[in-house]
Design a protein around this ligand. Sequence first.
Ligand SMILES: [Zn+2]
Length: 401
Amino acid sequence: MRRVFVFVGLTVSLCLGSVAVGQQPTGRGRGGGRGTPIQAGEACPPGTTEIRPRSCMAPELPAPSIVDYRPHSTLVTPVHMVKTAKYPAIDFHGHPQGLLGTPEGLASMGASLDSLNVRMMISADNMSGDRLKNTITSIRGSEKMKDRVRVLAGIDFRNVGPGWAQKAVAQLEADVAAGAVGIGEISKSFGLSIKKPDGSRLKIDDPELDPIWDAAARLKLPVFIHTADPQEFFQPIDYSNERWLELALFGDRRYPQDRFPSFETLMTERDNLFRRHPKTTFVAAHLGWHANDLARLGKMFDEMPNLYSEVGAVLYDIGRQPRGAHDFFVKYQDRILFGKDSFQPEEYPYYWRVFETRDDYFDYYRNYHAFWKLYGIDLPDSVLKKVYYANAEKITRWIPR
Ligand SMILES: [Zn+2]
């Protein structure tokens, strides 16, 4: 077997005019002649790429930057665009923000949601007090939208210390009385940057916060929480970082490790919180930032029956592993909720296409998120129904069925 392999390899090398292993490059054959040899396991020098085993070469033409390189795929395969969801969806991770405050805003949002088959928008805009009341009054004033928008209550994590919990629980109870159906979105600043009055970082599992999580359990409110950010945002910004372009574009997504806690520190604190409050229902936003490691999220689901998760803004990771993601969604079909995050109506159909089709190799809506294409994960109807609406209905009281 080994001899055959060597023979075939040699033939290919000869046909392509390459340099045999161990020889110094000579002349300018087709492609191989200018190769710079490297050792096994060594990377090619900057500006060159590996053209044959252990031989690197620079392009003859000036290389475009990654910003300008936009190759058009020549792949021809069946295309199934999905403009409207197959089943009426609940967007658990909504940020309609200003649209909820006026009849015109609500009407325009309603028209967009109709065209997408999104039945219900859960506003995760971290509202409380008068702002929450005014928003709910505005929603209730809309004949068309009054049963199609619900609002989560925000928690104010400033000044956590003696007396904080009592005030926070009282405010939460008032917000629930005003019509809030859950808590959220607890933002990533909780853990990353919010400080206690003594200047120390407020840790996600700080025991002073326990009364608010217990109140959530007592009031049967799901807690929608966004912790940290993609793990690459905590890594050095070098050319092996998958999110180099995004980090180069948006400075506020960089978490230099001399100024911010590590990704793993935040995950540990978050998981401590979930474990310590088994009667509280938590919904980890963005698949807990483990969409690139679904086995890790699966272990969390196995260990923590009070944990749910939501798919907003991580479609690039779901769609690049169609077989693994399919199996994961089937296995954990009772734990995953649909959510979109930033409200851009034209982006929802990408989610429908990934969830509902078997399409191959299609574009994602944000190039800077992902240097790769997406594939449909072809979920069965029974799973689609749970992800699109049934799981959200199950954990959220007071949403119209
Ligand atoms: Zn959000």
